[in-house]
Design a protein. Structure first.
Length: 329
């Protein structure tokens, strides 16, 4: 984004200047219409955008909102909603049209920055959620000190500022319908590919790949240790729940991160590139699937919201959301 202010516009930036041909010529020579993938992407994005609303609405209930992990999950969901608008709906439209960067340089440049910032913000928010979980398992006093009450909002400023840094001060990523993916390189100047590299984004993805393994491994170890100590008859079940959810989230997040880093530096088969894009879309939509399949509290809240039923207070339901903070994550 800083380059836009520096040069006075997207098309004035030397590395993103498309003046050598008309936008129609760029599209005809380098684009590839993908109507099936485009329509599927738009439908996918629209469906999950709608499904997110009652899930997030359920998190706003007082019994859940007082828990710091649900505050973080709520803001992760907000980021996912905006990210789906970029990587599914906007991408679907561009794929359907067969667009490349020079088809809509301003829109794609800004959308790429938006998506890049949201992705990095989401990555750090997921790490923040892992820290929250880890501290609750291993050091509840420190967890209360860091996340109790309004302190959670202050901590959430860190990933927000982190995402804004990528949006304003790093190179964008741009769409190519030929590969159905977003790249650093707009494929305007073949001899200048290395000049588009976004090192900070690569470091972010490597950090996520390593960091999530470490945190999830520690959480699984702590839960199993608590189970052996006999602290609760439900801990064993809870340890498996968090392990299954962790494996699902880690796989999608880390595979999409690693493939996107690799394909921006070396040549890979086209199916891997398309697979990486689909994983990125799934990464921002999968929380809804996880909530509805593994989270009974949010699932029941989801159905209450869409059927407009009031919450019934009962000792059983109160028990379901209080004793162990990771049972429903």
């Amino acid at each position: 984004m800083d380059k836009i202010f520096q040069y006075g516009g997207v098309e004035a930036i030397p590395l993103y200047n498309c003046s050598s041909m008309s936008s129609d010529s760029w599209t005809t020579q380098f684009g590839l219409k993908r109507p099936v993938l485009g329509i599927m992407s738009i439908i996918y994005g629209a469906i999950f955008e709608i499904l997110f609303i009652p899930c997030l609405w359920a998190m706003l209930e007082k019994e859940l909102w007082r828990m710091s992990c649900y505050k973080i999950m709520f803001f992760v969901g907000i980021v996912d909603i905006f990210a789906l608008a970029m990587n599914s709906i906007s991408t679907g439209y561009l794929a359907y049209e067969g667009a490349v960067f020079c088809t809509h340089p301003v829109f794609i440049y800004i959308t790429g920055l938006w998506g890049l910032g949201l992705w990095c913000c989401s990555c750090l928010m997921n790490i923040l959620l892992l820290v929250n979980r880890t501290l609750n398992v291993s050091n509840s006093n420190l967890s209360d000190y860091v996340f109790e009450g309004h302190r959670t909002y202050l901590v959430l400023l860190i990933p927000i500022i982190y995402g804004l840094y990528f949006m304003f001060f790093t190179r964008t990523c741009v769409f190519s319908s030929k590969y159905y993916a977003w790249f650093y390189d707009p494929f305007i100047f073949p001899d200048k590919s290395s000049e588009y590299t976004n090192v900070a984004h690569g470091i972010n993805n490597l950090m996520i790949m390593c960091g999530t393994f470490i945190f999830y491994g520690y959480i699984s170890f702590a839960l199993c240790k608590s189970s052996r100590a006999g602290k609760s008859p439900r801990i064993q079940v809870q340890s498996y729940q968090i392990l299954y959810q962790s494996v699902a989230i880690c796989f999608i997040n880390q595979v999409s991160s690693s493939v996107y880093v690799i394909m921006n530096f070396i040549s890979v088969p086209e199916w891997i590139i398309v697979f990486a894009q689909l994983l990125w879309q799934l990464d921002h939509g999968c929380p809804v699937i996880i909530y509805m399949t593994m989270n009974p509290t949010i699932r029941s809240g989801f159905w209450r919201k869409i059927t407009f039923k009031k919450r019934r207070i009962s000792s059983m339901q109160t028990t379901s959301i209080r004793p162990f903070p990771y049972r429903d994550v």
